[in-house]
Design a protein. Structure first.
Length: 295
């Protein structure tokens, strides 16, 4: 079974509706799903009683109150009831096919893996009724109005319980640019299969504004906390560790090799960058770069 975990905004207005939709979808995706919410926010206790999740109000955070990834990922390894742990952003809807994919991957790998994937963006401001057929209604909405988000990162990270300890993760901040890239880079450098689930299922992101932030949001390039996350990425690499960096994909019920979704120049760039500590690979990388064979 699966333990989903997250941290939330205040349960007010549109955010309250979207977060309730998200959590209900996780619970509806598989029998006996566990949901854990870290952090204190307005309305969370009332939401806990209504939605039925486990709540830990204390979470380590920045001086602006942004939760730290390392604390949540470390603690979930100690409190999760199930073998599969899955961090999900609190505005993401997950269909049952998502949980089925995670279960199949865990059955095949058991230890040392990371599952990530792409999303589809939709405008959704009303409460979803999780009656039979809700997935088909959501798919219909996505096909009519949804937009495929670029493969620039991931809104979820699934892994076996206990894979991450506090000392394994630097001071990354949730909800700020760069931390999803770090997770993918770290998975590749630790030689985990980093598995792209996008080909099997696209999760749904409910569009929102950034009014919950303590400072005005103008873009990730001007976000000090996002820049703090980016500092932890491998230095000197021009290649971002987006979903193109996944070395596996899950499609048709099987885990397959992935070659940057067929972008061979990008694939060579990523693979050589990951081996820059090897003198031969470093030399090949410099030569290929001069010849324009890699980025």
């Amino acid at each position: 079974m699966i333990t989903f975990f997250t941290t939330t905004k205040d349960f007010l207005g549109r955010a309250a509706i979207q977060q309730a939709n998200a959590i209900r979808s996780w619970k509806a995706s598989i029998d006996r799903a566990e949901v854990v919410v870290f952090g204190g926010c307005v309305g969370v206790e009332e939401a806990r009683e209504r939605l039925g999740f486990v709540h830990f109000p204390d979470v380590e955070a920045s001086d602006r109150g942004t939760p730290l990834i390392q604390d949540m990922f470390d603690r979930i390894g100690r409190v999760a009831s199930h073998e599969i742990c899955c961090y999900v952003n609190a505005d993401i809807l997950l269909p049952p096919k998502f949980a089925q994919g995670l279960m199949a991957i865990h059955e095949a790998e058991r230890t040392g893996y990371l599952v990530v994937g792409q999303r589809r963006d939709v405008d959704l401001e009303k409460e979803i009724r999780f009656d039979p057929g809700w997935e088909a209604e959501l798919e219909s909405l996505c096909s009519r109005t949804g937009k495929l988000h670029p493969p620039s990162g991931s809104d979820y990270f699934a892994f076996p319980r206990g894979q991450y300890r506090k000392e394994d993760i630097p001071g990354l901040l949730v909800g700020r640019g760069g931390w999803d890239l770090w997770m993918i880079a770290n998975g590749r450098r630790r030689k985990f299969p980093v598995i792209d689930l996008s080909g099997e299922v696209l999760v749904v992101h409910q569009n929102h504004d950034y009014s919950h932030r303590n400072t005005e949001f103008t873009g990730y390039a001007d976000d000090e906390e996002a820049m703090r996350n980016v500092e932890y990425l491998p230095q000197g690499d021009k290649q971002d560790y987006t979903l193109y960096a996944c070395d596996r994909r899950f499609e048709g019920g099987r885990i397959l090799r992935n070659f940057s979704r067929g972008d061979w120049k990008r694939f060579l760039t990523i693979e050589l960058r990951l081996r820059n500590d090897n003198p031969v690979c470093a030399l090949i990388s410099k030569t290929f770069f001069r010849l324009g064979l890699i980025y």
